[in-house]
Design a protein around this ligand. Sequence first.
Ligand SMILES: C[S@@+](CC[C@H](N)C(=O)[O-])C[C@H]1O[C@@H](n2cnc3c(N)ncnc32)[C@H](O)[C@@H]1O
Length: 376
Amino acid sequence: MPRDGFQVGETVELYIESLAFQGLGVGKKDGFVFFVDETSPGDKILAKISSLKKNFGYGYIEKLIEKSNSRTEALCPHFSFCGGCQWQHVKYEEQIFQKEKILAKTLSRPTVKVIPSPNQYGYRNRIRLHWNGEILGMYQRKSSTVFPIETCKIVFPGIANQFEKTRERLKREYSGKPKQVDLFLGESGVINTQITNFDDREYPPFSQVNFEINEQLKKHVTNLIPSSAESILDLYCGSGNFTYLAKQKIDSARVIGVEFNTTSIQEAKKKYSGIEFFSEDVGKFLKKWKETLAKLTVIIDPPRTGCHPEVLDSILKLSPRTIIYVSCDPMTLKRDIQHLQKSSGGNVTLENALGFDMFPQTYHVETVAVLNSSSY
Ligand SMILES: C[S@@+](CC[C@H](N)C(=O)[O-])C[C@H]1O[C@@H](n2cnc3c(N)ncnc32)[C@H](O)[C@@H]1O
């Protein structure tokens, strides 16, 4: 069915204006928006239309007419194929600029700065590979087909060096049995392997994937805690990444961490004293909580899906003065901020947002948003 006069299979000339949150380049033809994979802002291309929706279409590059200055060579031999990275072909300064634009637009702010990562490659301290019973690799781009991976340029070289050995082990022990395989750096610098069933939602204890930028993230979150805080509630606290610094900043404060991964909480309890850690679902914890928490700051760092509206409402019932929301998905962050603003009758407002480039070479970005309440 033609949309706005366009047909699937037709070729259109596009100028790529920007990159969208899912990583695709954005170009317009007669005002109609097209999303095209592996393009860079400033590219002039001929795009073949692959599908059409009511208000936009998708295409792929048929010909690169004029290569943008924002392009660079991708380092990884798997780049065009692999579902892991989307932006290796874009210069790093441009990646940051595009993330800043995406955040400003999503959060309706005039500008939002993004702090660059000190390391742009070799920064990941963990990777999840897939073993389909025969092949160990990553998912192909836009597909759940596994392709064999020889290397990964964004992961620590020490982890990438383990791929072959791991493949041999899976062949010996799990031939014909699909598995997911997590390789991650443990506390003592040893690379750990965790093998689970394909659809298990079992993850190794969470840690931020990029140590260097995490240091800056922690500093920022700690600075945002008002020195007048008497209680600090760190929800989705993992193994206490922010919690221990909150306690260090205000030793006299009551500091509570909540996280449902029991291993993470065990680690946190072993490492840090003077903090109350609870191994529980955040929603259930908040429903049961009856005590008053004076001059409260809440830190929230949920998974990509964000917070359930009931969780946000339970947080508001605790009358926090400050909410520090750490998010790895600008869309769910925006949704949850809107809910907090609406549910509080406008008492809670977004004061500030800052991005951290936790995930170079991908469209993902970590954001810290600060919301203050005018009524407490
Ligand atoms: C993005 S991580 C943040 C962890 C920690 N703040 C950090 O910086 O390392 C989200 C954490 O939330 C935990 N989590 C996810 N859903 C949860 C829930 N419903 N209740 C409690 N914890 C949850 C995960 O296990 C994970 O550790």
